[in-house]
Design a protein around this ligand. Structure first.
Ligand SMILES: [Zn+2]
Length: 92
């Protein structure tokens, strides 16, 4: 899994800023995020999409394929469970 860095970008829901992403698809791991790619906020679990400027916007779940949406929801559940077990100190 390769991690790609990008400009610090806030989650539109909670404001948590992220500057990197990793693809879960091994066939796509070498490619940096592109507009329309999906993501999940590491803090609140919001389902996100990269816009044309590679900033985050809330994912329009009506446009998301059901199988892909289920995968994102599973990822969100695991992420929120992890955050609950391993709380991080608040950022300044
Ligand atoms: Zn968030």
């Amino acid at each position: 899994m390769k991690t790609h860095r990008f400009e610090l970008t806030p989650c539109p829901t909670c404001g948590y800023t992220m500057d990197s992403a990793s693809s879960l698809n091994p066939d796509d791991a070498a490619h940096p995020p592109t507009p329309g790619d999906y993501s999940v906020c590491f803090e609140c679990g919001e389902l996100l999409e990269f816009d044309a400027d590679l900033k985050f916007r809330k994912l329009d779940i009506e446009r998301c394929h059901p199988v892909l949406l289920e995968g994102l929801l599973q990822l969100r559940r695991r992420l929120l469970q992890f955050n609950k077990r391993h709380p991080r100190p608040p950022r300044k």
